[in-house]
Design a protein around this ligand. Structure first.
Ligand code: ADP
Ligand code: ZN
Length: 716
């Protein structure tokens, strides 16, 4: 098997021109009959890694997938691309199952999705033995490991696959697996010297933003106004929080709903389905929402509350932008969240080591939110990847903090802290520095210490900002075992007593900070046109989906519509060049979308906007209404040669024009016979001179158009 075949299948069925990183290598390993272990982030494109081998090799691929709802989506998605696929699980009736079995035995199915329970069941074994299986794919392979977070006991029985089918390659795929889980997957499935592929976990299209949690609701409304008609998830800590937020958003006119574990199952399914089909745009949810959502056009994920750890954060934001288009992750950060989690952990039943681990993870989360360091760098570093530049797509990179000599500020804080005998937490320390009139201060006579009020030049927030930096650079620490009081570290003592200097990020005044929040850029004219067409194509997609009773994403993904509104194809060949348009989809939907784009282009060039292809279309429309070339030229105030060239372009694209009236078939033959001496874009003048004036420019133009039409070079 060669990769050439794989490339062809990628284009033909999926409409993609290139493999993403690692996809080709993984496919090659499967072709080489090796066992394969794939670790790739959500949205990285794992499915293609086994779907392409399945399509291009003889026989059927068996895909094990734990989520029954996803199985159906995958099969529908494949069918929509003209790939014969089927699934067998407990939702099928006996008769449906028999139909699938017959199709399998007749060799009609290229991919069979099956639940692990079904695959390991006794009743399934005879069928399995009769099939010509080309590979096994185990999706969500981390479910096999008790170390992972989704352990499913049925998965452990999958070890029988390698025992019974030692010759067939097995490919295990997951988006979440640390080293231990990875080892477990390989061991438990008995993979033989597997080729292991670990993709980068970077998701460069997701912009990472962290903002202070004050006035969250107002900030969210503001954010949503800038993301009209886009879908997203807002994660909240509590069930009640989800409900409250959703109803407040609905009251503001947004299409929002909520989802948490306490919502009855039937309603949960409906919420999920409405979201997948773009009927509900915004879901306020607890982290119960996510697993089992296969929606590629989630444009934003907002964390209303701080996640408990970076693993959760990264997994949750990973649900945004799976289609590769720009997406946003917005995290609200507040000390109140940190404190209430800490209390929750401390009061929980867990044993002390568990608690310590959870608190350490919470601290990393908090550090991530607080540190004035590129977010992507911080988070990838946490996952063990080195990333030695600044990403340019996070709030820190877009708004780099100004450094200043923070020695004096740090000394004030350290001195005040020492003088309280290290008996205060962060907030009280700030109050002392700012000379607050809080009752506790007088009760404990902190107003008498020398540094009381010594830090009035900074606001409360500035001090929080400075102190948390002091925490990250190790000048102070939090004694979790002593009511979270602050302690001066040895490093801090050097600043306080030995005159060592420290650089800190300069606090920015609140008003300025709001101002410095990255602005949404003004759109260019071209972008506006593109966005307008994108919306129109989405509307068309929605109405087609309604007519056919299928979800919109089964027709085209947002990424495909985005590329389409950029390329504005007016002919089949151009349509095939759009990412995500394969042969099947062209057949089914090509005409409808081309027609819509044509109308758009005509309309826009009618109002005088310059739209590529517009002028050709205008001439063509007039020609179709029966005007002659001369009439069109006169009416449009352009030369007849230009009109001919417009019509010839339309002819190249496949429009029906009787060209005999301008050039005879014999003349076409002669002119085309000479084209071999030239190359695209076939210089008219040189051709004219080559024939020493025997053929007019019009005739040459038509012969070239005819040649392109035959050879599929339209638009070249
Ligand atoms: P995963 O299973 O890893 O979460 P998917 O297989 O669902 O990811 O792929 C995510 C998206 O990326 C899908 O819309 C898929 O069609 C698209 N995709 C996958 N491979 C490519 C590729 N080579 N070129 C363009 N898009 C791709
Ligand atoms: Zn960055």
């Amino acid at each position: 098997m060669t990769l050439d075949l794989a490339h062809k299948a990628l284009k033909k069925y999926f409409g993609y021109d290139q493999f993403r990183p690692l996809q080709a290598e993984i496919i090659q390993a499967v072709y080489d009959k090796r066992d394969v272990m794939v670790l790739m982030p959500t949205g990285g494109g794992k499915s293609i890694c086994y779907q392409i081998p399945a399509i291009t090799m003889d026989g059927v691929a068996v895909v094990v997938s734990p989520l029954i709802a996803l199985m159906k989506d995958q099969v529908e998605g494949l069918s929509a691309n003209g790939i014969p696929a089927a699934y067998i699980n407990s939702t099928l009736t006996g008769e449906q199952t028999r139909n699938v079995e017959n199709a399998l035995l007749a060799g009609y199915v290229k991919l069979l999705y099956v639940s692990p329970e079904k695959l390991v069941s006794q009743g399934f074994q005879p069928l399995l033995k009769r099939l010509k299986i080309n590979l096994f794919a185990i999706d969500e392979a981390h479910c096999i490991s008790a170390w992972g977070h989704d352990f499913r006991p049925e998965y452990t029985q999958l070890r029988f696959l390698k025992e019974q089918f030692p010759e067939q390659p097995l490919i295990a795929l997951t988006a979440t697996a640390d080293k231990l889980t990875r080892k477990d997957i390989i061991g438990q499935l008995h993979l033989q010297e597997p080729a292991t592929f670990i993709a980068s976990f970077d998701r460069p299209n997701i912009s990472l933003q962290v903002r202070p949690g004050q006035k969250r609701f107002e900030q969210i409304v503001d954010f949503l106004k800038k993301h009209q008609r886009q879908s997203g998830i807002i994660y909240c800590l509590s069930r009640k929080g989800c409900q409250d937020l959703a109803s407040k958003l609905v009251a503001k006119g947004f299409k929002a709903d909520y989802y948490h574990a306490e919502v009855p199952a039937a309603r949960r399914n409906k919420v999920q389905e409405d979201f997948t089909n773009d009927r509900t745009l915004i879901i306020c949810a607890t982290i119960a929402f996510g697993m089992g959502i296969d929606k590629s056009n989630v444009r934003f994920v907002i964390h209303y509350n701080l996640p408990r750890n970076l693993e959760g954060y990264y997994q949750e934001i990973g649900r945004a932008g799976r289609d590769g288009l720009p997406a946003e992750a917005l995290l609200f950060f507040s000390y109140a969240d940190v404190n209430s989690y800490r209390d929750m952990i401390e009061q929980s039943e867990a044993d002390e080591t568990q608690k310590a681990l959870k608190i350490a993870k919470l601290n990393r989360m908090f550090q991530f939110a607080e540190a004035p360091v590129c977010r992507r760098k911080t988070v990838l570093y946490y996952f063990g990847e080195s990333y030695d530049r600044n990403c340019g797509n996070c709030d820190v990179c877009q708004n780099p903090p100004q450094q200043f000599d923070g020695t004096v500020a740090a000394q004030k804080a350290l001195s005040a802290l020492t003088r309280t005998q290290e008996q205060v937490g962060m907030n009280l320390l700030v109050d002392i520095l700012r000379g607050s009139q809080r009752r506790e201060i007088f009760e404990q006579r902190f107003n008498e210490i020398k540094t009381y009020g010594a830090g009035r030049e900074y606001t409360f927030e500035d001090w929080q900002f400075l102190l948390s930096q002091m925490l990250h650079v190790g000048l102070i620490e939090i004694a979790y075992d002593d009511h979270s009081r602050l302690k001066v570290t040895d490093e801090g003592k050097k600043i306080l007593f030995e005159g060592k200097k420290v650089k800190l990020a300069l606090p920015v005044p609140k008003a300025k900070r709001a101002e410095r929040q990255p602005r949404f850029q003004e759109k260019t004219k071209g972008q506006e046109l593109k966005d307008e067409l994108f919306e129109r194509l989405k509307m068309l997609r929605r109405s087609l989906a309604q007519q056919q009773g299928v979800p919109p994403y089964l027709i085209f993904s947002d990424a495909t519509l985005d590329d389409m509104s950029q390329k504005r194809p007016l002919a089949d060949a151009d349509m095939l060049a759009v990412s995500g348009v394969g042969e099947r989809k062209l057949q089914l939907y090509g005409d409808a979308f081309i027609e819509e784009i044509r109308r758009f282009v005509l309309e826009k060039s009618g109002d005088g906007s310059r739209v590529a292809g517009g002028t050709q279309l205008q001439s063509w429309e007039m020609f179709k209404k029966g005007r002659s070339v001369e009439e069109i030229a006169a009416e449009r105030d352009i030369s007849p040669v230009t009109v001919i060239s417009h019509l010839a372009t339309m002819y190249e694209r496949g429009e029906l024009i009787d060209i005999d009236r301008w050039v005879s078939p014999e003349e076409v033959d002669i002119i085309q016979g000479a084209l071999g001496m030239f190359s695209e874009p076939y210089p008219q003048k040189e051709l004219f001179e080559h024939f020493e004036g025997r053929f007019s420019y019009d005739k040459i133009r038509w012969a070239v158009a005819d040649f392109r039409r035959q050879n599929g070079a339209a638009g070249a």
